[in-house]
Design a protein around this ligand. Structure first.
Ligand SMILES: [Zn+2]
Length: 582
C-alpha cells in the first residue's frame, strides 16, 4: 500500500518545515534560517538548521538532514507511510492509497495481530467477570477497588490456572498466538499460554489498539515473579508504549500535564480519584521515546514514583530531555511511602494534593539532600551544603544552579557567595568549607559565644541559658529564635528578624572552643552582678534575704568546680527578679 503521489505533493506543499520541527525542537530565527539544538544528537550549542524555502533541515554536528517526512520518520521512529499519515492527519490532508505493495502486507499483518490480541483481551475479560475459577481474583480486585465498573472500564482479565485454556478456546491460528506473545511452542511442540493464574491488565497503544498484557499473580502465589509482561512483538515495543495513554490523552491535553506512574494499579487509582491523566511505563524506566511520545500531548511531566531512587544518571537524562523537548519534569511526593493505588482508596484528596504540590525535579533532589542530616555543627553544615551543591551542579543551566545555590546557602545558614561561585563554575564534586568567620576569644562577646554554642552544642548548654542573661538586644532576640526552634538553625533563621538572623548566621559558622558550662556560668554571674547592683537600695526584708542568698550562690559558682546548684539557684532568682518579685 503506497500513498498516491498527487496527495503526497499536496501535503508537502501544505507543510512549513519550521512549524513541523518546532513541535519537537525550540527554534529561533536567524535571518532566513531557523536554528536550534539538534534532536538527533546531544549538544549544547545549536547546530541544527531549518530552511522553510527549501523545506530541508541539516545538522552541522551529526549530519542529519532531510525534509519534513524524513524528520517525522526519524524523530517518531515511524516508517515513511506512517510519518506521512501522521503529518496528513495533523494538517487535514486526505490521503488516497495505491494497493498491492509490501507495506500493505505489513499493515495487514499488524491488523491481524491486533485483532488476535483484542480477542484474547475479551476472552480473558469474560473469564474474570463470569468464571467460577476467577472468584479468588474477583475477591482480590474488589479489596483493591478494582472490581465491577473499574474492571470493565480497564478490561481487566483473568488467565486461568491452566496451561493451554486460552490457546485452545480462542480460535486463533497458532502463529498469530505466537507472534502476539500470547502463547509459545513448548518443549513437546504444543502451544502453551504465556499467562497462567494471573490477573491481566491489557495494554493499548495511544490509539486504542490492544498490543500486550501485563499480568499480576494473586497474593500467596508460589510464582516468584509478581508481575509479568508480554514480550516484545511486532506490535509491542516497551520503550515506546505507555499504559493508559489511550484513556488519558484527552485529559493530558486539556491539563497540559501527564502523570507518570510505576504500575497499572496506580494509573487506575488516579482515574478512580478523578485525575484522568495518568500513564505508566510497562516494567521499564522512562525512556526518551516515552518523553517524545508524551511531548506530543503535554509539556508538564509529573513523576508519581520515587524519582530519587532512579539516581544521578536518571537526573542528567531528565535535564537533557527538559531542554531538548521543552518539557518540565516535577515529582509528586506521597505521604508515608504509600503508592498512588493505595492512596486513591484511603485518601483520594491526598493523591490530588500530591500532584498539585509536585516539586521541580531539581528542587525535589535538593530538598532530599538538605534534609539528609541535622545541622548541629559547622561540619554537618559543610557536609550538607556539599551534598546539595553536588545535586545542584548536575543541572546544565547555570542560572538555575545559581538560584538553587542561594537556597542551599539560606538553608545551611552561610553567606551565599561561595556557593553561588561553585554553581557558576558547575563544579561536579564540590567541597564546601565553612571557614570561621572570625575567632572569638573568651574575653570577646560572651553572649555571642553562648548563642554560637547553643546552635552547635544545644544539649550541653541549653539548660543553662535563659532570656534574662542577655543584655545585648540583638543577642537576646537571636537567643529566643534558637530557643524557640529547639536548636534547629533552619527554623531559627526563619523565626529571626533580619538583625538577629545576621547575628545567627555569624554565630552558626564561628568556631567556638570553650566549655559550655563555664560560658553559661559567666553569663549567669554577670547577670547576677547587674541585678545585685540594681538592688542596692532595696529595703524589703524578704528581698534582702534573697539578695544575700544570691551573693552566696554567686561566690559558689565563681569559686568552686561544683557550682551547678549555685547556678540553678541564680537562674531561679534572676527569673523571679525579672518578673518583679524582688
Ligand atoms: Zn545533529
Amino acid at each position: 500500500m503506497a500513498i498516491v503521489d498527487e496527495d503526497l505533493e499536496r501535503l508537502r506543499a501544505t507543510l512549513v518545515l519550521s512549524d513541523v520541527v518546532q513541535q519537537y525542537v525550540a527554534l529561533r530565527r536567524v535571518g532566513r534560517t531557523w536554528v536550534g539544538l539538534c534532536p538527533f544528537h546531544a549538544e549544547r550549542t545549536a547546530s541544527f538548521n531549518v530552511r522553510d524555502e527549501t523545506g530541508r533541515y541539516k545538522c552541522f554536528g551529526c549530519g542529519a538532514a532531510g525534509d519534513a517526512f524524513k524528520f517525522v520518520q526519524e524523530i517518531e521512529h515511524l516508517d515513511f507511510v506512517a510519518a506521512v499519515e501522521s503529518l496528513a492527519a495533523k494538517n487535514n490532508v486526505q490521503l488516497r492509497y495505491t494497493t498491492g505493495e509490501a507495506g500493505d502486507r505489513q499493515r495487514q499483518k499488524r491488523r491481524q495481530l491486533v485483532d488476535a490480541m483484542g480477542k484474547a483481551v475479551e476472552w480473558y475479560h469474560q473469564r474474570l467477570l463470569d468464571s467460577p475459577d476467577a472468584r479468588e481474583a474477583r475477591d482480590y480486585l474488589r479489596k483493591r477497588g478494582l472490581a465491577g465498573d473499574v474492571a470493565r472500564a480497564f478490561k481487566l482479565g483473568w488467565a486461568p490456572d491452566d496451561w493451554d485454556a486460552m490457546s485452545k478456546h480462542l480460535g486463533v491460528a497458532p502463529e498469530m498466538l505466537r507472534d502476539t506473545g500470547l502463547a509459545f511452542n513448548n518443549k513437546s511442540g504444543r502451544m502453551q499460554d504465556s499467562f497462567r493464574a494471573r490477573v491481566l491488565f491489557p495494554i493499548y497503544t495511544e490509539n486504542g489498539d490492544p498490543v500486550a498484557l501485563g499480568g499480576r499473580v494473586l497474593p500467596g502465589s508460589a510464582d516468584p515473579a509478581k508481575y509479568k509482561n508480554s514480550s516484545e512483538t511486532p506490535i509491542y515495543a516497551k520503550s515506546k508504549t505507555l499504559y493508559g495513554l489511550n484513556w488519558a490523552k484527552g485529559d493530558i491535553v486539556t491539563a497540559d500535564q501527564v502523570i507518570v506512574c510505576e504500575g497499572y494499579t496506580d494509573v487506575i487509582g488516579f482515574h478512580r480519584a478523578g485525575v484522568k491523566r495518568a500513564v505508566a511505563t510497562c516494567g521499564t524506566a522512562l525512556t526518551e521515546d516515552h518523553v517524545r511520545l508524551l511531548k506530543r500531548y503535554a509539556t508538564q511531566v509529573v513523576l508519581a514514583f520515587d524519582a530519587d531512587a532512579a539516581g544521578q544518571g536518571a537526573a542528567q537524562r531528565f535535564y537533557e530531555w527538559e531542554e531538548r523537548y521543552q518539557v518540565r519534569v516535577s515529582v509528586a511526593r506521597f505521604p508515608d511511602g504509600k503508592d498512588p493505588g493505595d492512596l486513591s482508596l484511603s485518601d483520594p484528596d491526598a493523591l490530588r494534593q500530591a500532584v498539585e504540590q509536585a516539586l521541580p525535579f531539581l528542587g525535589f533532589r535538593v530538598n532530599h539532600a538538605l534534609n539528609s542530616r541535622k545541622l548541629r555543627s559547622p561540619e554537618d553544615r559543610a557536609q550538607v551544603a556539599g551534598l546539595a551543591m553536588a545535586v545542584v551542579n548536575e543541572h546544565p543551566n547555570r542560572e538555575v544552579r545559581k538560584l538553587y545555590a542561594a537556597q542551599v546557602a539560606a538553608h545551611v545558614g552561610i553567606p551565599p557567595n561561595d556557593l553561588v561561585a561553585l554553581a557558576d563554575r558547575g563544579v561536579k564534586s564540590p567541597t564546601v568549607r565553612i571557614a570561621p568567620v572570625r575567632r572569638v576569644g573568651a574575653a570577646e562577646n560572651a553572649e555571642f559565644v553562648a548563642v554560637a554554642m547553643l546552635i552547635q552544642r544545644w544539649d550541653d548548654i541549653a539548660p543553662w541559658l535563659m532570656e534574662e542573661l542577655f543584655v545585648d538586644e540583638v543577642a537576646r532576640r537571636a537567643f529566643l529564635a534558637v530557643a524557640e526552634s529547639a536548636g534547629s538553625i533552619e527554623v531559627a533563621l526563619e523565626l529571626a528578624d533580619p538583625e538577629a538572623r545576621e547575628f545567627l548566621e555569624r554565630a552558626a559558622v564561628t568556631d567556638v572552643d570553650a566549655d559550655p558550662v563555664l560560658e553559661a556560668r559567666n553569663l549567669i554571674a554577670a547577670a547576677t552582678r547587674r541585678r545585685l547592683a540594681a538592688s542596692v537600695h532595696t529595703t524589703d526584708p524578704d528581698a534582702l534575704h534573697a539578695l544575700r542568698d544570691a551573693r552566696l550562690a554567686l561566690e559558689s559558682i565563681e569559686q568552686t568546680d561544683a557550682g551547678d546548684a549555685g547556678a540553678e539557684t541564680l537562674l531561679g532568682w534572676l527569673k523571679g527578679a525579672s518578673e518583679g518579685r524582688e
